[in-house]
Design a protein around this ligand. Structure first.
Ligand code: SF4
Ligand code: SF4
Length: 327
C-alpha cells in the first residue's frame, strides 16, 4: 500500500451540491476546498466510472506529492498508506441548498431567502440506486445530509429508507429539527443513523433571534422524540448543535440553558462550532480570536464534562481548540 498525503473524501467520497458535484463539502480551512468533479449538474445520470476516473486524476497528483492548493490546511489531509487498488465510494454528502424551514441569521441563504426557497431541487435517487446496483458503494464510511433542510425534500424519507435497507451503516443528518422524520427515527432505532439538530440557543428568545421562526417548542419536542428512539448510548446518535455567533449568543448563561435542555430531554451528546464568516474574517485580517471567546470555549468543554455530555467539535471550534490547546 503506497503511502502519501491524501484524505478519505478524495480517495472515496463525493458531495452532491445544488448545481454541481464536488469532492467534499469542507471549506472552512485556508485553501477553501471546492474541488469540483462535475459542473452544471442537475440530477442527470452520469456514469459512476467516469466520476471515479475524474477522482483518480486528483489521487494521482497526491501520489506525486502535488497537493491541490484548495486542500491546504484541511484537517482531513493525512500521510499514510491508502488502499487505491479498488475503486469504490464510501463517503457521500448531500448539500442540496434549496428550501429550509428555518431562517438562521448566519446562513448564506438568508441573504436572498425568497429566491433560495424557489431554487429547483434534483432527485439523487437514480444515481444512488445505480451506485448500489453496480456494487460501487462500500460500508465503513459515512453518508451525510446537510445544507438546506433535508427532511422537507420529497424524496428524503425514501432515500434514507433505501440506504438503511441496502446496508449503509453510518448516516448523519443535519436538520433544523423543525420537521420530524420517521426515516430518521428508524435509522436511530437501527443504530445506523445519527441526527444533529440545529439549536444555536438555550432560550426561546435567542432561538427566535437566531432562527427567526417561532419553533422553539417544536424543536425540543422533536429532539426529545429522537432521543427516545435511541437505545444504544455507546454511539452518539442524537445531538443538538450550537454555533457560537460572537456578540449574539456567546454568553455563559445561554450556553448553560442549552446544555441543561439537552440533559432534560435525554440527549447525551452535543456539537459546537463557531460561525464561519466570523472566523474567515479574523483569518483574512490576521487577527487573534478574542480572549472571551477562547474562555467561553474552555467553559463549554468543562461544563459538558461535568454534565456527562459527549462534546463533538465541528470545524472552527476544532481549529480553535487545537490552536489554544484546550482539549
Ligand atoms: S483535503 Fe479537505 S478540502 Fe481537500 S478533498 Fe479532502 S476534505 Fe476536501
Ligand atoms: S437550518 Fe441550515 S440551511 Fe436552514 S437556514 Fe439554518 S443554517 Fe441555513
Amino acid at each position: 500500500m503506497q503511502e502519501y498525503t491524501s484524505c478519505h473524501w478524495l480517495q472515496h467520497g463525493l458531495s452532491f451540491e445544488n448545481d454541481h458535484i464536488e469532492m467534499c463539502c469542507l471549506c472552512c480551512h485556508e485553501g477553501g476546498g471546492r474541488l469540483n468533479i462535475i459542473d452544471n449538474y442537475n440530477g442527470k445520470k452520469v456514469s459512476w466510472n467516469d466520476i471515479l476516473d475524474k477522482k483518480q486524476k486528483f489521487i494521482q497528483e497526491n501520489k506525486n506529492n502535488i497537493i491541490d492548493k484548495r486542500c491546504e490546511g484541511c484537517f482531513n489531509l493525512v500521510y499514510r498508506g491508502w488502499d487505491d487498488n479498488e475503486k469504490y465510494i464510501n463517503y457521500i454528502h448531500f448539500n442540496h441548498w434549496t428550501h429550509c424551514n428555518s431562517d438562521c441569521i448566519y446562513c448564506y441563504t438568508s441573504w436572498d431567502k425568497q429566491n433560495y426557497q424557489k431554487r429547483p431541487h434534483y432527485s439523487v435517487m437514480p444515481m444512488i440506486k445505480d451506485l448500489f446496483k453496480q456494487k460501487l458503494f462500500r460500508p465503513g464510511g459515512e453518508i451525510t445530509f446537510a445544507g438546506g433542510e433535508p427532511t422537507i425534500l420529497k424524496e428524503f424519507d425514501e432515500l434514507v429508507n433505501f440506504l438503511i435497507k441496502h446496508g449503509a451503516d453510518r448516516i448523519t443528518v443535519h436538520s433544523s429539527g423543525i420537521k420530524f422524520s420517521k426515516a430518521i427515527e428508524k435509522g436511530i432505532k437501527e443504530k445506523v443513523l445519527h441526527v444533529c439538530l440545529s439549536a444555536d440557543s438555550g432560550s426561546r428568545e435567542m432561538y427566535q433571534r437566531v432562527k427567526r421562526v417561532d419553533k422553539f417548542d417544536k424543536f425540543w419536542e422533536n429532539a426529545r422524540k429522537y432521543a427516545k428512539a435511541q437505545t444504544d448510548y455507546t454511539k452518539a446518535l442524537v445531538e443538538t448543535k450550537f454555533i457560537l455567533i460572537p456578540e449574539i449568543n456567546t454568553t455563559k448563561e445561554e450556553i448553560d440553558k442549552w446544555l441543561n435542555l439537552n440533559v432534560e430531554n435525554g440527549i447525551k451528546s452535543v456539537v459546537i462550532d463557531i460561525e464561519n464568516d466570523y472566523c474567515k474574517d479574523l483569518r483574512a485580517k490576521n487577527l487573534e480570536k478574542p480572549k472571551y471567546l477562547v474562555e467561553l470555549c474552555e467553559y463549554i468543554i468543562n461544563r459538558a464534562k461535568q454534565l456527562d455530555l459527549q462534546l463533538i467539535d465541528y470545524n472552527n471550534f476544532r481549529y480553535l481548540t487545537e490552536e489554544y490547546q484546550l482539549i
